[in-house]
Design a protein around this ligand. Structure first.
Ligand SMILES: *Cc1c(COP(=O)(O)O)cnc(C)c1O
Length: 366
């Protein structure tokens, strides 16, 4: 049957997510409570209490279809980010936004550009369209913007930039990014993926939304899965020129964002305190982990997000031994980083358990 699928579909390597807690519990005969998952950059605080209440309310109406235009959420995002309602596209997670951009604008045979070590979904959505991904070598694990500019050809339709990037946690400077956008031809779309913007300090926070008036070819992608804590509900959004939004909406499933997700997202957007607590916890946890890693003499890539990639050497061995000890992290060999493990920042006790197990494994392996 597989030969019925076109070559470009058969060539796709499926996305590998973090191992679910229940799966490890089954495999290792562990209790769910003793497992620590630091593998998918989820919010260790869980969800905003306001979102939880909103979900319970929305559940009463769950027999109805969701609002296909996400009116209340559109209104909330429009006010919060100071964009017009017709500049917003909602997605089933921001993954959906990446896919809508690809489906609306890519054709078979065209090219997209993304960086080595950049988020795995860019090649996936590119390949699904029969387009060709051009991978530009990274510079110090981050995007090399001048090399990406040089990679633009007559076939280029789209450039993906993750800022901060996953899994490296690297961040591009605002001036550098702005200069880059000025040099990208206007017939090439730039998808700027800002899934971790809420984890940036005030000085580093993105200003790209204010650039939308200048760049009609810019699509900014945001998510409720990370700092907003709604990964399981699947909701994200794209901000762009109204005509770009119009094209993306034409290929969107009419009810791609479910009603619980819409209600929870509206409530979370209004809960600044929850996002502030999430940010503060991440700052403290990042310090706890980096200090612990320095004590262990392990190299890591300085990160601006809610995870950190650590150079352990034989990452396959470390990954397996961490699992045996009830700690799930993320191997990143598929990102051409076979010596690294990506670890999400968790609660204080989760980070402490990870560091303790890591130290034990280092002694066993030495
Ligand atoms: C997690 C992540 C996303 C997508 O998450 P969704 O849950 O689909 O919103 C997008 N981009 C990057 C860089 C990510 O790390």
């Amino acid at each position: 049957m597989t030969n019925l699928a076109p070559d470009h579909i058969r060539a796709i390597a499926p996305y590998q997510g973090g191992k679910p807690i229940t799966e490890l519990a089954r495999e290792m005969g562990l209790q769910v409570e003793e497992i620590v998952k630091l593998a998918s950059n989820e919010n260790p605080l869980g969800i905003s209490p306001k979102a939880e209440y909103a979900i319970q309310e929305a559940l009463l109406d769950i027999a109805r279809y969701p609002d296909g235009n996400s009116f209340a959420l559109r209104d909330a995002v429009s006010h919060k980010f100071n964009v017009a309602p017709n500049q917003i596209v909602f997605g089933n997670g921001s993954n959906d936004i990446l896919e809508l951009a690809a489906r609306a604008f890519l054709i078979a045979g065209c090219e997209t550009i993304y960086s080595q070590h950049a988020f795995a979904v860019y090649p996936l959505v590119t390949q699904a369209m029969g387009a060709t991904g051009v991978v530009v070598p990274a510079k110090n694990f981050g995007h090399d913007l001048s090399a990406m500019l040089s990679a633009i050809s007559v076939k280029t339709r789209m450039i993906f930039i993750a800022n901060p990037n996953n899994p490296t946690g690297t961040l591009l400077g605002k001036d550098e990014l702005f200069d880059f956008l000025k040099q990208v031809p206007s017939n090439v779309l730039v998808v700027l993926d800002e899934a971790y913007d809420e984890y940036l300090s005030a000085e580093h926070k993105s200003e790209a939304i204010s650039w939308l008036s200048e760049f009609d070819n810019l699509i900014i992608s945001r998510t409720f899965s990370k700092a907003y804590g709604l990964a399981g509900l699947r909701v994200g959004f794209g901000l762009c020129h109204p005509e770009v939004a119009d094209m993306m909406n034409r290929v969107r499933q009419p009810f791609n964002v479910n009603s619980l997700a819409q209600a929870a997202a509206v409530a979370t957007l209004a809960d600044d305190d929850f996002v502030a607590r999430s940010y503060a916890l991440n700052q403290a946890g990042m310090l706890q982990l980096t200090q612990g890693l320095q004590k262990l003499g392990l190299e890591y890539i300085p990160s601006f997000a809610n995870f950190i990639s650590i150079r352990v050497g034989n990452a396959t061995d470390y990954y397996r031994k961490l699992l045996e000890n009830g700690v799930i992290v993320r191997p990143v060999a598929n990102y051409e980083m076979p010596e690294y493990l990506r670890v999400s920042i968790g609660l204080f006790a989760e980070n402490a358990k990870f560091l303790a197990v890591l130290e034990k494994i280092m002694k066993e392996i030495a």
